[in-house]
Design a protein around this ligand. Structure first.
Ligand SMILES: Nc1ncnc2c1ncn2[C@@H]1O[C@H](COP(=O)(O)OP(=O)(O)OP(=O)(O)O)[C@@H](O)[C@H]1O
Ligand SMILES: [Mg+2]
Length: 358
């Protein structure tokens, strides 16, 4: 188990990590997500005893990393942002060196073979590290973290520099390792966090912006039900018709997607499912529905919202009510605008008619 309490790192006047507290339970795979300079690597460096903290503690299986670094580090395999490779060594010599450095007690040959086959570097075992491709260097870095079979793995951007096939292989490996190890990994790749991690901590400006399971995070951020419908028919009439469907809060015509055909973005009340009613009304007016899809907030949207400083509303009953009220006001505004537009259209029609009569 990893316990982090009020961990802070100050560089001059700047707090790179600002009062972080969190716990990682045994067997959990935690994803660290954050933009460049958020403090991910600094936090990982403090957790692993690479650098000291300005204040606060990190306990690794109950041992404070600063009080007893040797005992604490025995529990950790660390892949830093820049893997600590000796470029002039062969992979074989390097891994044997790490084995000795860690005072590993496992049977040497069998253990090194296991590690090399796990990260798929058996074919470069006798090569000099300097001459390996970036992806292979990264895998050698991962191999050194796995030597000694430590219960905790801390991996700073483990898939950076790998090709798509290797990324999938390493992700699968991390997931497999997560069954027996506690893993913290950092990544910029949101789909990776979603695919691999049980839980995600979003870190921004040295602080925790969110800490939840990936599933809950997507669920708890207030998502307004949004549909996008592509309909062939008169734009103003379509907007009016959709607005009259119970549960609809706003309707906006998006850009012209096909000649004379628009996408309509429809926001509805949280529990309203208007799809059937929408379809019936469109058909009754002899318009054609060319597409209908719901837009859900992805982890990417949430990440951008949190890190770009947007106000993210965590769903509570009160905030949902306030939001509905606000949307009703907005909707009134829109209906006025639509009516104005409709009037303009009918005026134009009158003009056309007059011209026709003349
Ligand atoms: N040795 C240092 N001296 C001064 N400032 C530092 C030092 N190391 C890191 N920083 C600063 O601390 C902040 C956090 O850096 P950190 O490397 O932890 O970010 P990160 O989240 O890992 O970013 P990236 O995604 O780019 O790897 C940055 O503003 C960085 O400039
Ligand atoms: Mg980093």
């Amino acid at each position: 188990m990893i316990e982090v309490r009020n961990l802070t790192k100050q560089y001059g006047a700047k707090k790179a990590v600002d009062d972080l507290s969190f716990t990682v339970n045994d067997g959990e795979i935690l994803g660290f997500l954050g933009p460049n300079g958020a403090g991910k690597s600094t936090t990982m460096n403090m957790l692993t005893g690479y650098i000291s903290s300005t204040s606060g503690n990190a306990l690794i299986n109950g041992i404070d990393i600063l009080d007893d670094p040797i005992a604490a580090k025995k529990n950790i395999g660390y892949l830093p942002e820049i893997p600590p490779l000796y470029l002039d060594m062969t992979v074989k010599d390097y891994l044997n060196f790490i084995y000795d450095l860690k005072k590993c007690k496992l049977p040497r040959k069998a253990h090194l073979e296991d590690v090399c086959s796990l990260v798929m570097i058996k074919d470069v075992y006798d090569r000099i590290i300097r001459n390996l491709s970036k992806g292979y260097k990264q895998r050698v870095g991962l191999a050194q973290a796995l030597i000694g079979n430590p219960p905790i793995l801390i991996l700073d951007e483990p898939t950076v520099g790998l090709d798509p096939k290797q990324i999938i292989e390493i992700r699968t490996l991390i997931k497999r390792l997560g069954k027996k190890h506690t893993v913290i990994l950092s990544s910029h790749i949101l789909s990776e966090i979603q695919a691999v991690c049980d839980r995600v901590i979003i870190i921004n400006g040295g602080k925790i912006a969110a800490d939840d399971t990936t599933e809950n995070l997507t669920k708890n951020i207030s998502v307004d039900h949004r549909l996008i419908a592509r309909i062939d028919g008169s734009r103003e009439e379509i907007i009016k018709t959709i607005r009259n469907i119970p549960g609809v809060l706003t309707v906006v015509a998006d850009m012209e997607r096909e000649p004379g055909i628009y996408d309509y973005e429809i926001e509805t009340k949280e529990d309203a499912d208007i799809r059937r009613e929408l379809f019936k009304r469109i058909v009754s007016r002899n318009w054609v529905m060319l597409g209908l899809k719901s837009t859900e907030m992805t982890l990417e949207d949430i990440f951008l919202k949190i890190t770009m400083g947007d106000n993210v509303v965590i769903k509570t009953k009160k905030s949902a009510e306030e939001k509905t009220e606000k949307f009703e006001q907005d909707a009134e505004g829109i209906s006025e605008k639509t009516e104005e537009a409709a009037e303009t259209v009918s005026e134009e029609n009158k003009e056309d008619k007059k011209e026709g009569e003349e």
